[in-house]
Design a protein around this ligand. Structure first.
Ligand code: UD2
Length: 313
């Protein structure tokens, strides 16, 4: 089986590539390393074909797509919401135009992967209070990032229904785990907590800690992506979370237990625009037959073990 993973050197991408390569897939990665790192793929570097290249180079992407993949996982993106607000046009090229160009090339070159999977985000739901978020809940994309994610997932589904491609889109909730980069204030909160625990640094908790999120371990995300792409069903959008709502402060406590360490907390005002509650309705994914293997507590424990191994190397 031949798989293409764009953004395969990033946080979720590298976890996916490692899993696919270890399952025996013939994996090709396109990543310009603007956010990803080659060291993320160190363990599979002899098994994976790697192109350091921008997905916005359409001629290049067409040549890659001509290799006729069975599965295409489209994870390349400027993953920072803040960056999309600073540079809306540039991020639009990556987060939307490159996706449409890929779909269009599949159409005109008459290429028919078993699945084209686009990765979207819970950001498309915005600030409406209705919970849990169902795939057909109202959307409210409040930033260029969210607009582009929503537009790209619609294009993905429409290319499926209009031109007979097998496509799916997934909306990630709050993903955590190995290789998530903690170095921006907008990095995933648990990567920042991890860094603080390792270095005995103070963690700034924005708000009272009662804000809730549907955190999901990256290995369950990867299993879900593979499961969804291998399923018969196409032209559908799936929420990917656990369908469990946890207060940030409770997750921190769970993580303290898993790590055997105490986090030094510094409380600060809630971030402007911070969402109070987030929760996925995962009925659609569950009905497809997917069951997560890890869960929050085991995921946190494994994330900590991984971090310690890295730290002691
Ligand atoms: C997630 C996505 C974001 C966007 C948004 C849409 C991530 C990393 N971010 O933002 O891209 O899709 O969902 O709803 O997945 N926090 C602290 N201290 C810190 C950092 C964060 O207290 O140093 C808090 C933060 O204020 C928030 C919570 O932790 O209440 C989670 O923050 P986050 O940035 O990991 O994720 P979120 O859900 O705000």
């Amino acid at each position: 089986m031949k798989a293409l993973v764009t953004g395969g050197a990033g946080f979720i991408g590298s976890n996916l590539v490692i899993s696919l390569a270890n399952k025996g897939y013939d994996v090709t990665v396109v990543d310009d390393l603007s956010m990803g790192l080659t060291k993320n793929l160190e363990s599979v570097k002899d098994k994976v074909k790697f192109y350091k290249h921008d997905v916005c180079d359409h001629q290049f992407m067409h040549r890659v797509l001509d290799q006729d993949f069975d599965y295409i996982y489209y994870l390349a993106a400027v993953a920072s919401v803040a960056d999309s607000v600073e540079r809306p046009m540039e991020t639009h090229k990556v987060n939307h135009e490159s996706v449409v160009d890929t779909l269009e090339y599949l159409r005109i070159a008459n290429l028919h992967p078993k699945k084209f999977l686009f990765t979207s985000s819970a950001a498309v739901y915005g600030n409406y209070p209705e919970l849990p978020k169902k795939e057909d809940s109202r959307v409210q994309p409040l930033t260029p990032y969210a607009v582009d994610k929503y537009a790209s997932e619609r294009m993905t589904i429409d290319y499926g229904t209009l031109y007979g491609l097998n496509t799916v889109a997934v909306r990630f909730f709050n993903v955590f785990g190995p290789r998530q980069n903690p170095n921006s204030p907008y990095s995933g909160v648990l990567s920042i907590v991890t860094k603080c625990l390792v270095n005995d640094e103070e963690f700034t908790l924005f708000g009272d800690g009662k804000q809730t999120r549907d955190f999901i371990y990256v290995k369950d995300i990867v299993n879900a992506l593979i499961f969804i792409s291998e399923s018969e069903k196409s032209n559908e959008v799936y929420n990917v979370g656990y369908g469990q709502q946890n207060a940030l402060i409770d997750v921190i406590k769970m993580y303290e237990k898993a790590s055997g360490k105490r986090l030094k907390l510094n409380y600060a005002d809630a971030r402007q625009g911070d969402i109070a509650e987030s929760l996925a309705d995962v009925t659609r994914l569950t009905q497809l037959g997917f069951k997560p293997k890890w869960g929050l507590e085991k995921g946190l424990a494994e994330y900590w073990d991984y971090t310690m191994e890295e730290y002691n190397e």
